[in-house]
Design a protein around this ligand. Structure first.
Ligand SMILES: N[C@@H](CCC(=O)N[C@@H](CS)C(=O)NCC(=O)O)C(=O)O
Length: 211
């Protein structure tokens, strides 16, 4: 079997993939790029014309969606406890929270980042802050799901926790933590205390420092 190559930027959504690789024990070739690669590593566009990270290349298989990559790495050689198989209780919830993470939660976070941080001088900061509010309101589903639960699905840690957990990590690093409920901060603290998260974070930081 080939060794999967993960192209990513430290602390980007690719952290979902680096973290999943550590949890699943998949030996990946981690290639850290400067951010944004579109401008700082234009040759990357030959590999991924979108210019986005992460990109996973595994033989002829190529994926550019962080949550799909996390699920792929967890199931590359068959189902593992990190994923939930069809027929198992919480299979639907597992899919739902895994997709929910980027499509519904990280989406308003990135609009906030663009308008309120990266391009705030263009006069769009107000729109950015409106998306911050939208982000906070959208946490209600995860907040309710975790009432009385340690993890999102099947009473165990899964890729759904990685995908949602990353959005909460991002919230903290981009100044969106004020509107995050305490229960979700506690959940994030449980997730980021995992040795596999720590290893993934450190690997990415080492790659970033070596640029
Ligand atoms: N839905 C994709 C989004 C990928 C994405 O937009 N990644 C950001 C970094 S977190 C990026 O590459 N931004 C730089 C750019 O668009 O040039 C995923 O979950 O991986």
């Amino acid at each position: 079997m080939t060794k999967p190559v993960l192209h990513t930027c430290a602390r980007s959504r690719g952290l979902r993939a680096t973290w999943a690789a550590e949890e699943a024990g998949v030996d990946i070739d981690l290639r850290i790029l400067p951010f944004p690669p579109r401008y700082l590593a234009p040759e990357y566009l030959d590999l991924n014309p979108l210019g986005t990270v992460p990109l996973l290349v595994d033989g002829a298989t190529r994926l550019t969606e962080s949550c799909a990559i996390a699920h792929y790495l967890a199931t590359r050689e068959g189902y593992t406890p990190l994923a939930i198989a069809p027929g198992e209780e919480d299979y639907g919830a597992y899919l739902d929270y895994t997709y929910h993470a980027d499509a519904t939660i990280t989406f308003p976070q990135t609009v906030y980042m663009r308008f309120a941080i990266f391009e705030k001088d263009k006069g769009w900061a107000e729109a950015g802050h409106a998306y911050a509010k939208w982000f906070h309101k959208r946490l209600v589903k995860v907040e309710q799901r975790l009432e009385g639960r340690e993890f999102l699905c099947a009473d165990r840690f899964t890729v759904a926790d990685i995908c949602i957990g990353y959005a909460l990590v991002l919230a903290q690093s981009v100044g969106l933590d004020e509107g995050v409920p305490q229960s979700l901060k506690d959940y994030r603290a449980r997730l980021t205390a995992r040795p596999s998260y720590q290893r993934a974070f450190t690997r990415e930081e080492e790659g970033r420092k070596a640029l």
